[in-house]
Design a protein around this ligand. Structure first.
Ligand code: ADP
Length: 357
């Protein structure tokens, strides 16, 4: 049985290969390599990679990789570059650089492997685009559905008033109150949608060094009346000097959404404890309440737009289901995380990370 020779592998693989020395001078290249770079085989030996194809191997990022390969024997794999290839046009190439087996009597050689991944990249991009379009369509459908409910109620009850209910004292007040309730919901939805679009546009522009306790005290003072109405106490347990690197209005938005929920879904005379601890370069903030809790199956879904757990929907508390998705969107934009732990009927703790200032 004939063993396949290295020679035939070099020539038959549908991948462009070239072996080079430490100055990137081409020692040998296979046919696809010659075709790709429009090279006459005889001319190959007099050239370095840097001379090929309009100097594209000379671009800073790939040059650095090649230097590190030759100098420090540091291999690299699938480094993507966009090259202009004669006759083929703009292509995305995945380039790998390997140290060839070392024979002490010979000079060290290196193997350059070039794969054309243009169509793979294009189909991955098309799939990502399709996914994002589908997400957008779902979002528009959800928003329309959420807006339609209060609009239908407002329209229905105002029509009833116009066509006679206005004359009936017992209906007049009731119908007007229903209209007011749905108008409030409509304005809350629009406000939350605006916050969501700001969050998704990114708050990264100005990152400030913020004293965490100061922001928390400002907010708990603002939400004090809402908490007192339900007899809820708020305790802050953290190092008062802790500073985080975050956009100020974005931090306020996150804290406001989480505190409002901790009050809204708490029991009467319940407690809220806010804490923070430093873990490496991050600060982990916790907001713990003694409220209704979140069913296990909803623990990750509550961060999706419009998702409300069944036990929250069963309360009289109004909500749009957008507050947590706004908080998550801002945090993800800062490279941070948010998650929750909960025990049904006992309470919930929300955790989120922020970069330490
Ligand atoms: P909203 O409160 O307007 O419904 P959010 O996006 O802020 O919307 O919250 C989504 C859902 O997560 C809520 O409807 C509720 O089911 C659940 N949730 C959020 N915070 C809490 C909490 N502290 N305790 C219990 N459930 C909560």
């Amino acid at each position: 049985m004939n063993l396949i020779s290295a020679e035939s592998v070099f020539e038959t693989l549908n991948i462009s290969l070239a072996s080079v020395d430490s100055s990137m001078k081409i020692i040998r290249a296979n046919k696809p390599f010659h075709w790709a770079f429009n090279l006459a085989p005889l001319k190959t030996r007099t050239r370095t990679l840097y001379h090929l194809g309009k100097g594209m191997w000379n671009a800073e990022p790939i040059r650095e990789k090649l230097h590190a390969l030759a100098r420090d024997h540091k291999p690299f794999t699938d480094f993507e570059c966009v090259f202009e290839i004669p006759l083929l046009g703009t292509r995305t190439l995945a380039i790998s650089g390997l140290v060839a087996a070392h024979n002490p009597r010979e000079k060290q050689t290196f193997l350059i492997v070039v794969q054309d991944v243009t169509s793979r990249k294009q189909s991955a991009e098309a799939a990502a685009l399709q996914k994002s379009e589908a997400r957008q369509r779902d979002f528009v459908a959800n928003v329309s559905h959420e807006l339609m409910t209060p609009i239908t109620a407002i329209k229905g009850y105002s029509e009833a008033l116009v066509s006679g209910a206005l004359e009936l004292p017992n209906k007049r007040l009731k119908f007007t109150q229903i209209i007011e309730k749905h108008a409030d919901r409509l304005s809350q939805l629009v406000e939350d949608l605006l916050h969501l679009s700001t969050a998704e546009a990114g708050h990264k522009k100005s990152v400030d060094s913020v004293l965490l306790t100061e922001k928390i005290h400002q907010l708990t003072a603002d939400l004090g009346p809402m908490a007192r109405k339900r007899g809820i106490s708020i305790r802050v347990k953290m190092n008062p000097d802790l500073r985080v690197a975050v956009n100020k209005p974005a931090l306020r938005q996150i804290l406001q959404n989480l505190f409002q929920n901790a009050i809204k879904y708490n029991r009467v005379n319940g407690r809220i404890v806010v804490g923070a601890s430093v873990v490496g370069k991050r600060v982990v903030v916790t907001i713990q309440d003694t409220g209704i809790g979140i069913p296990k199956e909803d623990l990750t879904k509550i961060f999706d737009r419009f998702h409300r757990a069944s036990n929250a929907r069963a309360t009289t508390e109004r909500g749009t289901g957008l507050g947590l998705s706004i908080a998550k969107s801002i945090l993800v934009g800062h490279g941070c995380r948010i998650w929750a732990e909960s025990e049904l009927g006992k309470g919930t703790t929300f955790f989120f990370t922020l970069p330490k200032a």
